[in-house]
Design a protein around this ligand. Structure first.
Ligand code: ATP
Ligand code: MG
Length: 202
């Protein structure tokens, strides 16, 4: 046997072992449940990951609700695309960034009104997936009561998936979540002076 053939043979044996382990691990994951997913961290990719899951869910004919907190803009590509889909309910519930509004009392008022829209979806089992985009800020700024939010998440329909995005997710939210990903900021074109690009950033 040549050196190359020997390498190929060892590779095949290693992969067969790996496949057996992976197959056993997949077979042992048998539970079904509505997941709470938190996408946090300072890197780019939190909201766009959530919208990727929205596309997946729609592909399976599922009904999706999206509540966008903080942001006021209604000219994003995701809204233009997804709000046209018959199985999507899309709400832009923000007033703008805190440094734009500069009005804490108004931000709290807006947050509470937005939360009412979110709770309606969290109480409605016909929504298979609910995205609460940038919700973390409402918790970290204490615009919403943390227990109130966590209770609504706990008491949602058992098969409903909820995806929460935003920087600095609180410990309590992460503790409650089933899946938490923290996206690390390694570099961002913005710091190189590049404007937000259509189709990539909005
Ligand atoms: P995206 O919507 O692109 O997935 P995100 O949800 O992870 O981004 P946000 O904090 O919601 O991040 O910011 C949204 C906007 O800010 C996007 O235009 C994104 O490209 C930009 N952005 C995200 N992370 C950074 C960063 N570390 N530095 C500068 N701009 C960023
Ligand atoms: Mg975002």
């Amino acid at each position: 046997m040549t050196e190359e053939e020997l390498k190929n043979q060892r590779h095949k044996a290693r992969m067969a072992k790996k496949k057996a382990l992976i197959d056993a691990s997949i077979a042992s994951a048998t539970k079904q449940k509505g997941l709470l997913i938190v996408l946090t961290g300072n890197g780019k990719g939190k909201s766009s990951s959530a919208f990727g899951m929205v596309a997946r869910a729609l592909g399976h004919g599922m009904k999706v609700g999206v509540a966008q907190f903080i942001k006021a803009r209604t000219d994003t590509g995701e809204e233009a695309f997804f709000s046209k889909q018959p199985k999507v309910e899309w709400h832009v519930l923000g007033d703008g960034f805190t440094w734009d509004t500069q009005d804490r009392a108004k931000d709290i008022e807006t947050s509470k009104r937005g939360w009412e829209v979110a709770t309606r979806m969290l109480n409605d089992p016909s929504f298979n997936v609910v995205v609460l985009d940038e919700l973390t800020y409402l918790l970290s700024y204490h615009y919403l009561d943390s227990d109130l939010v966590l209770d609504a998440l706990i008491n949602r329909p058992p098969m409903q998936h909820v995806i929460v995005t935003g920087r600095a997710a609180t410990e309590a939210l992460c503790a409650l979540a089933d899946t938490v990903s923290e996206i690390q900021d390694i570099k961002h074109a913005y710091r190189d002076g590049v404007q937000a690009q259509l189709g990539i950033d909005l």
